[in-house]
Ligand binder design. Structure first.
Ligand SMILES: [Mg+2]
Ligand SMILES: [Zn+2]
Length: 164
């Protein structure tokens, strides 16, 4: 069985911006504590899967190429720090498309389970900085740690070192 840390991307691993600012963002800015926290999770035997809403693709703010380029740079930065990410699942749909993968809906988690049936949800958890992350986690019974939100509130990923 595999235990997974399902991590939101923007505002959890790297800095987030207002939607219209993303058009000119080229390089990820890793948030304080993120490297330390993710290293700890890997040492504890968690695989890391990123689940990220990217409705700014579907709504025409960034191109799919821009998304992939940013993501490639982010994963490269993490690899430089010896942090390998098992996979990234993203929702590219506009918010009015009624897809099943835009968090708070849980399609991204379902996609991950379909691809990795050995995932043990009971041993896994999710961490994110928005209520949509929290609601997504709750809908599949995943323990949730909120960055600045929710009942299990942390200030950044390094706080998980004391909690998990
Ligand atoms: Mg976020
Ligand atoms: Zn979607």
């Amino acid at each position: 069985m595999m235990k997974v840390a399902f991590l939101d991307r923007d505002g959890t691993i790297n800095r987030d911006y207002p939607d219209d600012i993303w058009i000119r963002i080229q390089d990820p800015e890793i948030l304080p504590g993120a490297i330390h926290g993710m290293k700890y999770l890997k040492e504890k035997g968690y695989e890391i899967i990123i689940v990220t809403n990217q409705y700014i693709i579907g709504e025409g703010i960034i191109s799919i190429e821009q998304y992939h380029e940013f993501n490639r740079k982010l994963l490269a930065l993490l690899i430089e720090n010896d942090i390998s990410i098992l996979d990234v699942f993203y929702c590219p749909h506009a918010r009015d498309e009624q897809c099943n993968c835009c968090k708070p809906r849980n399609g991204l988690i379902k996609q991950a389970i379909r691809k990795y049936p050995e995932i043990n949800l009971k041993e896994s958890f999710m961490c994110g900085d928005s209520l949509s992350d929290m609601k997504c986690a709750e809908s599949v019974g995943l323990n949730f740690w909120g960055i600045g939100i929710g009942k299990q509130r942390i200030s950044d990923l390094s706080d998980l070192c004391n909690l998990i």
